[in-house]
Design a protein around this ligand. Structure first.
Ligand code: MN
Length: 485
C-alpha cells in the first residue's frame, strides 16, 4: 500500500515506509523537517527482536543512517564487530523507544541504550569514521563495508575507554567439600544443594554459552537458557550456577534431568525442552563489565549478582540465608532434598578448588561412582541388569564399593543395558574382595550417581540406589568422599 508520506519522503526513506504499517506500529512516520543547527546526533537502540541486537543510527543528510550491530558496540580496538547496514530511518527515530507489536517488522522492544552527538571525520561510500560524544559511547570508531551490502564492520579506533580485566575463559567451578554441619553457622551463607549439572555461563552482548565442570560446551543442549542474554543486554557477565530439572512438587530431580543430560540431537533437545524443561539456578557472579570479581568476598559477589535481578522462565537467582543452616538442612530433609551448601561469606572464588570455603552438608549419602561391572537380574529382570558393580579410584586402583540393585526406571534399565553391552570386557577392573560370583565386567568409563544409607569404614556402600549417569566428571577422577576429608 503506497502511502502519501512515502512519496513525500522521497527515495531515501522509501524502504523504511514500505516495511511498516503506521496504523499499527508506534514508530514515527516521516515528516519533512527543516535543517537543524549544531552537531549531528546519534542513537544506539537496544532492540530485543527475534534476536537481540543494537541499532546504531547517525543523523546524516536529513535521515538517520542505520546499522544493526548483533553483539553491541565494541569497546576494545582488538575487536571488529559485525554491523549490518539497514535502511535509512527518519530523524524522528533517533528518539524512539517502545514496543513494536507482534507481526510488525522488527517486532519486540526497543529502548535507547545511548545517545549524544558525533563528529564525522570521514563519510565515504563504504567507510565512515566518527567520534562519539555520548553517555556510554565516547571515542573514535570506524564503520567499513567488508564486501557487498549490507555487510559492514564496526571497529573502535581509540584505546579502551577504561581499564578492563580480561573476559574469563574456561573457568573450572569452585567445589564444595563434604562436611558435617559446622559448630556455628556464623560467617556462613547457606543454600539448598541444587541437584543437577553445574554450569558456568559466559554472557556477552547477544550471546551466551554454557560449560560444565569438565569444560564441555553444553550451550546447544539447553537452548531455553539462552534468552538470559536478553536480560543482560549489553553487559558482560560470567555466572556460576546449576542446571536443574524440577519435578511436579518443585523439587530438583536428577532423574528428570537424565532426559536432558545425554541428549544432543537438535530435534530431541527441542522436544525435551518442552517435556523436561530446565532452570538455570544462578548462585555466583565471577565477572561483570570488565571487573573480575573472583577476588571479592562471596557476600559482595552475591550482592552484585542480586543487583542484576536475573529472573525469567528458565533462570532464577534464589536468595541464600545467613544463619539458620540447621533449620535449612532439616527442612530440606523433610522435602527429600539432598542437603545444603554452605559458603564462607568472606571467601574468594577459587576456580577448581575444594578448599573448605564451600561445604556440602548432606542428609543422605550421595556421590558418584565408577561402574566396573554388573550382575544379571532374576525374575522380571532376567537377562537384564540386576545390579551394577561400583567402585572408586584410590591409589591408582579401582576399589570395589559394592553393588546397587535399586532405583532404576524401565527406561534407565534399557539404556544402561545397552551402554554396558557396548563396553563389555574380559578384565576385572576392580581391586578388592567380595565381588559376586556371576559378575560381568565392563571398561570402567561410566559414572553413576548413587544415593546410599550407609558407607562402611572400609568404603563399602550399603543400600545404594541408582540416581542416574553423569557425564560431567571423568571416571578417572572419581574418589571416595568422606565428611571432613
Ligand atoms: Mn533493529
Amino acid at each position: 500500500m503506497p502511502s502519501r508520506s512515502k512519496r513525500k519522503a522521497g527515495g531515501k526513506l522509501g524502504e523504511y515506509e514500505e516495511k511498516r504499517d503506521f496504523e499499527t506500529t508506534p514508530e514515527p512516520r516521516t515528516k519533512r523537517r527543516r535543517r537543524r543547527d549544531g552537531k549531528p546526533r546519534f542513537v544506539v537502540q537496544e532492540h530485543s527482536a527475534r534476536r537481540l541486537h543494537w541499532d546504531l543510527r547517525l543523523e546524516h543528510d536529513g535521515v538517520a543512517a542505520s546499522w544493526a550491530v548483533p553483539n553491541g558496540m565494541p569497546d576494545d580496538p582488538d575487536e571488529n564487530r559485525k554491523a549490518i547496514h539497514t535502511e535509512d530511518h527518519p530523524l524522528e527515530y533517533l528518539d524512539f523507544e517502545g514496543e513494536i507489536p507482534a507481526g510488525q517488522y522488527g517486532a519486540g522492544t526497543m529502548s535507547i541504550w545511548d545517545r549524544g552527538t558525533y563528529e564525522a571525520e570521514k563519510w565515504e561510500d563504504g567507510k565512515v569514521v566518527v567520534s562519539f560524544a555520548g553517555e556510554r559511547l565516547e571515542g573514535r570508531y570506524a564503520l567499513f563495508r567488508t564486501g557487498s551490502e549490507p555487510d559492514w564492520m564496526i571497529h573502535r579506533i581509540d584505546p579502551p575507554a577504561a581499564e578492563r580485566d580480561p573476559f574469563p575463559e574456561s573457568v573450572v567451578p569452585m567445589l564444595a567439600k563434604l562436611a558435617p554441619l559446622p559448630a556455628t553457622d556464623e560467617g556462613w551463607g547457606s543454600e539448598i544443594k541444587w541437584d543437577g549439572v553445574r554450569a558456568i555461563a559466559y554472557c556477552r552482548p547477544g550471546r551466551l554459552s554454557l560449560e560444565t565442570r569438565n569444560l564441555n560446551d553444553v550451550t546447544a543442549q539447553y537452548p531455553e537458557v539462552r534468552r538470559l542474554s536478553r536480560q543482560l543486554g549489553a553487559r558482560d557477565a560470567v555466572l556460576d550456577g546449576e542446571l536443574v530439572a524440577f519435578d511436579e512438587e518443585g523439587r530438583p530431580s536428577f532423574e528428570r534431568l537424565q532426559q536432558r543430560i545425554h541428549q544432543t540431537a537438535e530435534s530431541v533437545v527441542r522436544r525435551r525442552m518442552k517435556s523436561h524443561p530446565v532452570t538455570y539456578v544462578i548462585f555466583d557472579l565471577l565477572y561483570l563489565d570488565g571487573d573480575d570479581l573472583t577476588g571479592e568476598p562471596y557476600a559482595a559477589r552475591r550482592e552484585r549478582l542480586e543487583g542484576l535481578g536475573l529472573s525469567g522462565e528458565s533462570w532464577q537467582t534464589p536468595a541464600y540465608s545467613t544463619g539458620h543452616a540447621a533449620e535449612l538442612l532439616e527442612a530440606g530433609a523433610e522435602q527429600g532434598l539432598e542437603g545444603i551448601v554452605m559458603k564462607r561469606l568472606d571467601s574468594r572464588y577459587a576456580p577448581g578448588k575444594r578448599n573448605g570455603s564451600w561445604l556440602k552438608v548432606k542428609n543422605v549419602g550421595r556421590q558418584e561412582f565408577v561402574i566396573g561391572g554388573w550382575v544379571p537380574g532374576s525374575g522380571r529382570r532376567e537377562n537384564r541388569v540386576g545390579s551394577i558393580l561400583i567402585g572408586y579410584r584410590d591409589d591408582g586402583e579401582l576399589r570395589y564399593a559394592g553393588k546397587v540393585g535399586t532405583g532404576y526406571s524401565e527406561r534407565a534399565l534399557d539404556d544402561l543395558g545397552e551402554r554396558l553391552q557396548g563396553i563389555e570386557s574380559e578384565v576385572n577392573p576392580f581391586a578388592g574382595e567380595g565381588l559376586p560370583r556371576n559378575s560381568r565386567f565392563v571398561e570402567p568409563v561410566l559414572v553413576a550417581e548413587i544415593e546410599f544409607r550407609e558407607l562402611t569404614t572400609d568404603g563399602m556402600v550399603r543400600h545404594g540406589s541408582f540416581k542416574g549417569l553423569r557425564d560431567d566428571k571423568p571416571a578417572g577422577e572419581v574418589t571416595l568422599e568422606r565428611p571432613g576429608s
